[in-house]
Structure formats: C-alpha cells, structure tokens
Design a binder for this molecule. Structure first.
Ligand SMILES: Cc1cc2nc3c(=O)[nH]c(=O)nc-3n(C[C@H](O)[C@H](O)[C@H](O)COP(=O)(O)O)c2cc1C
Length: 326
C-alpha cells in the first residue's frame, strides 16, 4: 500500500483518495468508517454562508424584532451553526488520524474570515473554500465577478496559517488565469470541479425541481481536460480532481492528467465506503501492470505539457470525425 502514498497541501496521505465535501463526512462515526475503509483525508460538509443568512431572515420574519435585535440574532444564528461545526472538527481531530479539511461556502469577503480562523484553531488541517457566484445582472462585467474570488482569497490568506484551497466550478472564461491569480494570492490548491445543485423543470407540474444531485462516471470528462491544462499552466498549485470519479480508472486518469489527489462523493453514496478499497486495489493492480512503484512516476504524464499533441486537449468541436455519424 506504500506505493499509493502521496502528499497534498503539505499533508502526508496514505493514498490519493479523499472523501469530498458532502453529508458523508458530517459526523465522527461516519468519518471513522471512511478512515477504516481507506480514505486518506476527508473534506467536511460546507458551512454555508447563504444558509445562515437565510435562517436569519426566516427568524426575523417569524417574529417582530426591534432593529437592535437584528445584530444579536445574526451573531446568535451564525455563532450557533459555527459552534457545532467547530465541535465536529475538534471531535474528529481526537478520533481519527487522517487530515480533516474544513469547508466554507462564501458569497462575500466579509464575515467569514473569523469563522475560518476558528476552524483553524479547532484543528482543521486546511480550509476549502466552496464558492460559486451566479451572475444574473447583465451589466456586471466579468472582471468584477472574478474580483470576488480574489478578494476572498486575499482576505483569508492574510488571516490563516493553514493551507487554503479553492473549490471551483467549470464556468470561467480563462480558468488558467483564475487559478494563477489565486496562486499569486497565496492559495495552495484548487478542486476542479465542484458539481452544483442544478435546477430542472417538471413539465407536468410546470415547476422547478432539482436535477439529479449525483454524478455519473461520464461526467469525469468535464474535469479531465482542465486538470490537464491547469496542471501544466500553473505548476505551483496542487489540483484535487473532483466529479465523476467512480472507479480506479477514473482515479488513474486524473493522476495521469496531473491531479495531486482525487475526491469522491457520488460513487460513495451509491456504493458505500467499501468502494475506497476497490479503488486502491484497482490502482495498485494498474501500477503493477505498468511497472510503477510510486504515483510520482506517472503523475502528469499525459497532461497538456507532456503529451506529444497537446492540441488534443484543445479540441472542442466534433468536426469531420463525427459529422457523418447517423
Ligand atoms: C449530496 C451532496 C452534497 C454535497 N454537499 C457539498 C457541500 O456542502 N460542499 C461542497 O463543496 N460540495 C458539496 N457537494 C459536491 C461534492 O463535494 C462533489 O464536488 C461533487 O458531487 C462532484 O463529485 P462526485 O462526482 O464524486 O459526486 C455535494 C455533493 C452531493 C452529492
């Protein structure tokens, strides 16, 4: 198993398999099971800024509050959610030996900094920032949208001493620029990509519903191209690949594309913690067949910089190969 050893954000990992942020990591019991099943680290379910703001608004609407009460209410709700979260971090640090990465969902650069600092004090090994800004204002220029990410990175970096990771979505005009700018502001790693809640339309009831929350192995391709391009363009930052990783082949592909680690979520919901051993065994078997003794020997071997025809990663149109397809 030593062959699978790797590191991420300066943390030693027994393998590159991290359980991504979701409800599978929201209790000590669950994380203990994941650790014994082979998880190398866990990312906790995000603490949501939006959710806390929503709870505060609900409480305010439910009763009649004097204006002075609003501030108290705000600090009570946020303090309450944060306190539970901090307790989970410190309980986990006493119960498991794998790294515990805390996750915050930010929609602004204010208010969050002190919570992230408390997570560090509670023992979090790193902070993952889960951020996705959906612009609906047609007059808002893209530079301003990007600046939101940069402001959050700069503010957190100024305060935190532990590694900082940004978990991104895949809709950027130039992702390599974004990642490079985050690196320049002191971000140590990026998760490519988050998979967000997406709306769907129920045509019978004419209403909005949730699209499937779980990924399929086919979704791997959305991350693969960008893991390859970004790992070549911004070599200094570490990439944790996420979305669609459901089997050992998926893990190996992401490492070949240049990922430092991989994160698994949907497949664990579907198959349970035992999947982690299947992934590790599959990796070992493939490494044996290809005579690799360590992951470093093949990481990035097929990324944008290292393949003979990198334009294959740039190709986005089907063109003639598929144009005659019936
Ligand atoms: C039920 C569920 C809850 C999730 N909650 C969070 C969350 O709180 N924070 C976050 O950053 N990502 C969250 N995610 C996204 C996952 O961490 C992951 O990035 C995404 O599902 C893609 O990985 P997968 O294909 O392995 O599922 C959640 C995903 C699922 C399915």
């Amino acid at each position: 198993m030593d062959r699978l050893k790797t590191s991420y954000l300066g943390l030693s990992l027994k393998n590159p398999l991290i359980v991504g942020s979701c409800s599978l990591t929201n209790s000590v019991e669950k994380v203990k099971k994941l650790e014994s099943a082979g998880a190398a680290a866990v990312v906790l379910k995000s603490l949501f800024e939006e959710q806390m703001l929503y709870e505060i608004r609900n409480l305010q609407q439910a009763g009649e509050y004097y204006p002075e009460a609003a501030d108290y209410l705000q600090s009570y709700v946020s303090g309450h959610s944060v306190a539970e979260y901090l307790k989970l971090i410190s309980d986990l640090k006493q119960s498991v030996s794998i790294p515990v990465i805390a996750s915050v969902n930010c929609v602004s650069a204010s208010g969050w900094i002190e919570h992230a600092l408390k997570m560090q004090q509670a023992g979090a090994d790193a902070i993952e920032v889960n951020i996705y800004f959906i612009p609906t204002d047609k007059y808002l220029v893209s530079e301003k949208c990007e600046a939101l990410y940069f402001d959050i990175a700069a503010a957190l970096k100024k305060t935190l001493g532990i590694p900082l990771v940004f978990k991104l979505g895949n809709h950027f005009t130039n992702l390599s620029y974004m990642v490079d700018q985050l690196y320049c502001r002191g971000v140590h790693g990026v998760v490519l990509f988050n998979r967000f809640y997406e709306p769907d339309i129920d045509t019978r009831n004419m209403s909005l519903v949730s699209a499937s929350v779980f990924s399929s192995p086919d979704d791997l391709r959305y991350s693969l191209r960008w893991v390859s391009i970004v790992s070549a363009a911004v070599k200094e930052i570490q990439i944790s690949a996420s979305t669609g990783i459901a089997n050992a082949q998926g893990v190996i592909k992401m490492l070949l594309a240049g990922a430092q680690t991989t994160q698994v979520c949907s497949a664990l919901y579907k198959k349970g913690p035992a999947l982690l051993k299947t992934l590790a065994d599959g990796m070992l078997q493939w490494m044996e067949e290809h005579h690799y003794k360590s992951i470093d020997e093949f990481r990035g071997k097929l990324n944008y910089r290292n393949i003979a025809n990198p334009e294959q990663y740039e190709r986005s149109q089907f063109m003639k190969n598929f144009s005659n397809r019936e």
